[in-house]
Unconditional design. Structure first.
Length: 256
């Protein structure tokens, strides 16, 4: 076999190896939300930025800055920060939600035109850079668990754990000068053009409803983490197969 033929065969082996074994199974992008749960009915969609067409949102799909999430009535979707799986956003329909602001790992602004959101934010590094904005209120957090319910007339904020700073919104959309801090077990209401009401205690029914959602979100998070770990096990198997294939290639090249 000539030298050029040997080099050509070597290139063929290495190229085939790279195509079959070296391409990553998953591509992670910083600054995205990833869907970890949707209702079985499949009534959750995403509308990409600068687009009017919607597509069905599925588990594993990414949501980018500027995308809009639409959830039908009596359905739900859950999104997680890809590199901060401890932080989950649960959206109940009928809802319309858009991801805006700076698209980085720890800066998020969730715009809610209507619907109900429960934020389970257990990773403290998210800090004060996470906000949920409605037509009537701006809710900023410091690592907490809370719920925001919004429609065109008012917004309600319920804090399950931690505390949430709430500003109202003026008629021009800017935050009101006055704000309130809603601590665990408290709630507030904000009307457009007004400062938020003084916090008051949640009712027993409200606490039970939020606790039920919290448990569901934690279960979804655990199921998704287990799925990732299963994928890591599969990737280890692929790594073992890659090492075995490298050995076969080395032996084949030595025999040339």
């Amino acid at each position: 076999m000539t030298f050029s033929s040997k080099r050509l065969l070597q290139f063929f082996f290495l190229f085939s190896f790279m195509v079959l074994f070296c391409l990553p199974a998953r591509v992670f992008a910083q600054g995205q939300l990833i869907c970890i749960y949707t209702s079985p009915a499949g009534s959750c969609w995403v509308v990409p930025k600068n687009s009017t067409s919607k597509s069905l949102l599925k588990v594993g799909d990414r949501v980018n800055e500027g995308d809009e999430i639409i959830v039908a009535r009596d359905n739900a979707v859950e999104l997680a920060l890809d590199d901060q799986i401890e932080n989950i956003i649960h959206i109940e329909g009928e809802a319309a939600v858009k991801l805006s602001g700076t698209s980085s790992a720890d800066t998020w602004n969730i715009d809610v035109s209507k619907g109900k959101i429960f934020a389970l934010l257990d990773k403290k590094t998210i800090g004060e850079k996470f906000k949920i904005t409605t037509p009537n209120a701006i809710a900023a957090v410091r690592g907490t668990q809370y719920q925001v319910w919004a429609d065109s007339s008012d917004s309600k904020i319920y804090t399950y754990k931690g505390k949430v700073q709430v500003n109202g919104r003026k008629e021009d959309g800017r935050p009101t000068d006055e704000s309130v801090v809603v601590k665990a077990g408290k709630k507030t209401t904000s009307h457009r053009g007004e400062a938020p009401k003084n916090p008051e205690s949640m009712t027993s029914d409200e606490k039970r409803q939020i606790d039920a959602i919290r448990v569901l979100v934690q279960q979804s998070r655990k199921a998704y983490i287990d799925k990732i770990r299963g994928g890591e096990t599969d990737e280890k198997k692929r790594g073992d197969e890659k090492n075995k294939e490298e050995g076969l290639i080395d032996r084949a090249l030595k025999e040339l």
